[in-house]
Write a protein that binds this ligand. Sequence first.
Ligand SMILES: Cc1cc2nc3c(=O)[nH]c(=O)nc-3n(C[C@H](O)[C@H](O)[C@H](O)COP(=O)(O)OP(=O)(O)OC[C@H]3O[C@@H](n4cnc5c(N)ncnc54)[C@H](O)[C@@H]3O)c2cc1C
Length: 382
Amino acid sequence: MQKVVVIVGAGPSGLATAACLSAHSIPHVILEKEDIYASLWKKRAYDRLKLHLAKEFCSLPFKPLSPDSPTYIPKDMFVNYLDEYVSTFNIQPQYHRSVESAWYDEVDGKWRIDAKNMQSGDVEVYVAEFLVIASGENSAKYIPELPGLGTFKGEIIHSNEYKSGAKYENMDVLVVGCGNSGMEISYDLSNFGAHTSIVIRNPFHVVSKEMVRLGMIFYKYIPLFVVDFLIVLMSKMVYGDLSKYGIRRPKKGPFFLKETTGRAPVIDVGTVHKIKSKEIKVVPAISSIYGKKVLFEDGGEREFDAIVFATGYRSIANNWLKDFKYVLNENGMPKTDFPHHWKGEKNLYCCGLSRRGLFGVSMDAKAIADDIKRVISEKMEK
Ligand SMILES: Cc1cc2nc3c(=O)[nH]c(=O)nc-3n(C[C@H](O)[C@H](O)[C@H](O)COP(=O)(O)OP(=O)(O)OC[C@H]3O[C@@H](n4cnc5c(N)ncnc54)[C@H](O)[C@@H]3O)c2cc1C
């Protein structure tokens, strides 16, 4: 099938890119392996999730989130917004199409994309002038290989399968990972009466949503190091010294770390209070697991009924994209730094891989559609 633009993935990135291409009247197709768009938000997000960033940083192009909606939008409300987005811009992804391989054909200067039709099992071949990777930073869950993990007698889940703590009441649950998901899932488990412990190994910043919002506003007007100074000051005033609870603050500031490494600060939803009051226990790194017993690096050990791995995700675009070198590195992430990360060679683009959440998605989608428009116009002029 001959196409002008093929977009891989119908998450917010794919949808935003489609809307921006439509605004330029550029024909395109979205290939999505699942049976719905925004599968992460509809199938793989926990119930109590609210957007971490204020609504002014989370809307997609051409459709601001309603001024009547809360500042921090609950997941279901964001899903409704995406439903409206899809119907407003008449976006029609091709579902059950898992892109298994894509490569650049130097002979005719086009991309060849093989998509497996998950219903029929057939492989469909698409040929496109432009290819947009919108398959997400979170396309594959990551669980670390821990000695003895296979012997664990309780339940093991990844955070993308976690919905709520309802079924864990009175159970001993260990959460591995202290990013935003791990900290929020611990809070949720504890609220539902689970005896919750969380593994905390690495230093991280704890901030509130309001601090992040302020920081993002400040950053428009003042240098990053000043923003970091102010945010860390506020964090110290609100949360105090958390090192006695096992939470150490990194030497570098929260916005600097986000900008340079993609590591986000933890936005506290109430977990810190529960850690201080010992409702949630902090434990060190796991050294090994045997049966229901988990052994920790400080020599301690405890039995658990379940382990929730909130250990993150990986982009695996470089598994299916054979010629990933034109835009991605070996880790499936852009090889060029922000703000030039979205554009590769040979009409290859990536949307939503800048670790800037929905804010970054919108910026990328607009830039990509504008660039494709420019390339097409220049070609027509010749
Ligand atoms: C728990 C959680 C909470 C988050 N909260 C926020 C937040 O509050 N604010 C924020 O800005 N960001 C948040 N994020 C980040 C969020 O992932 C992004 O903002 C947003 O979903 C990125 O959209 P995307 O389209 O790039 O990726 P995704 O939403 O991951 O969509 C990618 C799509 O591509 C499809 N796909 C993947 N591989 C293939 C393939 N080979 N063939 C066909 N289709 C494929 C997938 O099925 C998926 O539908 C959160 C992420 C998680 C995991």
